[in-house]
Design a binder for this molecule. Structure first.
Ligand SMILES: C[N+](C)(C)CCCC[C@H](N)C(=O)O
Ligand SMILES: O=C(O)CCC(=O)C(=O)O
Length: 397
């Protein structure tokens, strides 16, 4: 099994705690290396892991948080080699917290927790050694899915070779990750340039680097393409590592990066008569994790960008256009572009929150199939196949 071991302080340093200090409102545990964690009493009580407070099977909270007095205090505390026992002055409840649990969930300070492979940014040179898995490997075991999903997480994309050249096998492959996300384009799509749907994808026109479904409140997490038939010219597939491009923008033009992290961009899908889709609120190109500041999602599709008439400050208009011009200039640099002529039997899957995709114009008959997977369903499968449920439950409880 591909090993992705959570690198937390627990992993790095054996648990040496040398003292526990209690105050009327909190508990302070001193670990090794002069690191100490402080926990609010109400936080500790609210996170009691006993079977009265947390359902042993569903892991859902049974405790009524709102009955905990805001000034709850401990009446006694006992230390053992395994953990800390706290007797509370409310409902004579006793809670036990393993030292490893306390370290893992320390929030003051927070300890580094990584449960996913470190993302490796790439440029066009990755083509010499692109991430790839074999269809049979993925189909025959969850270890194969672990390898597949960890490559998607590390590189943002992965090719899959040896796929039987039909939509049914391709759909079965995609479902090895999770159920397919159905949209107004259907579930598993099988399309050509016949404008069966009113979207540029259903033409032979060139499509520049973009992310899909920017018009959904929750853009699709993964997207897979498998070219089944092609008898014309062109139609090469393009991938660009959006996280690398964002890093370059941040380095070369930090003001542009800041603007594109804040200016909300309206988006739409309204070509088809039966749909008129817009996100619950416009979102900026770059979305960051509020707690770590890490870039989490890129949303960029200039074709699907709708009329921008909700400027909080009209002076931002020219700043915005200067910023997207710079962003586009970086996105279209040759050294960041991976061009691949897909062929029947070789599919590509990519992280639609990180990797932008596109294609060159084409002539002739070109039949492509594929589908979307929700972000959270993908990450769930990535973690479960690579870490295992027990390990994951430790991180949550
Ligand atoms: C379903 N299939 C992938 C063929 C087409 C999707 C349409 C792409 C759309 N403009 C977007 O950016 O989401
Ligand atoms: O036809 C292709 O190769 C890709 C089309 C596309 O970019 C899309 O469907 O979002």
């Amino acid at each position: 099994m591909a090993s992705i071991v959570p690198k937390t302080i627990v992993e790095k340093n054996p648990i040496h705690y040398d003292q526990v200090l209690i105050s009327p409102t909190s508990v302070r545990v001193s670990w090794a290396d002069n690191i100490a964690s402080t926990y609010h009493n109400i936080w500790l009580r609210d996170h009691c892991q006993c079977e009265q407070c947390l359902h042993p099977l569903t892991k859902q909270r049974l405790l009524n948080t709102f009955e905990i007095p805001s000034d709850i205090k401990s009446t006694a505390i006992e230390q053992s080699k395994d953990g800390l026992t706290i007797h509370w002055n409310h409902q004579t409840h006793t809670s036990f917290y393993p030292w490893s649990w306390l370290q893992r969930h320390s929030y003051n300070p927070r300890f580094q927790k990584t449960f996913l492979p470190k993302k490796q940014l790439w440029n066009h040179e990755i083509q010499q050694n692109s991430p790839v898995v074999e269809y049979d490997t993925v189909m025959k075991s969850d270890d194969g899915v672990a390898e597949w999903t960890s490559k998607i997480e590390k590189y943002g994309f992965c090719f899959i070779d040896g796929i039987p050249i039909n939509p049914e096998s391709t759909q079965k492959l995609l479902c090895r990750i999770a159920f397919i996300r159905t949209t107004h384009y259907g579930g598993f799509w099988d399309f050509t340039s016949n404008l069966a749907k009113a979207d540029l994808a259903y033409t032979g026109l060139k499509i520049g680097a973009h992310t899909d479904t920017t018009y959904f409140t929750d853009p699709a997490g993964l997207q897979l393409f498998h070219l089944l038939e092609f008898d014309g010219e062109g139609g090469k597939s393009l991938l660009v590592d959006g996280f690398r491009a964002a890093q370059i923008l941040c380095e070369e033009d930090p003001n542009a990066y800041r603007i594109l992290s804040h200016i909300p961009i309206p988006s739409h899908s309204s070509g088809n008569k039966e749909t008129f889709i817009q996100p619950s609120m416009p979102r900026s190109i770059f979305t960051h994790d509020n707690s770590t500041g890490q870039l989490q999602q890129i949303r960029w599709n200039n074709e699907d960008r709708s009329i921008m008439d909700q400027w909080s400050d009209p002076n931002d208009v020219t700043l915005f256009y200067d910023a997207i011009r710079k962003w586009n200039e970086i996105l279209t640099r040759k050294d960041g572009e991976l061009w691949e002529q897909l062929r029947p039997g070789r599919a590509v899957i990519f992280d639609n929150w990180r990797v932008l995709h596109g294609r060159s114009a084409f002539t002739g008959h070109r039949r492509m199939c594929g589908g979307y997977i929700n972000r959270d369903d993908y990450v769930s499968r990535l973690r479960l196949t690579n870490l295992g449920r027990e390990r994951l439950l430790e991180t949550l409880f």
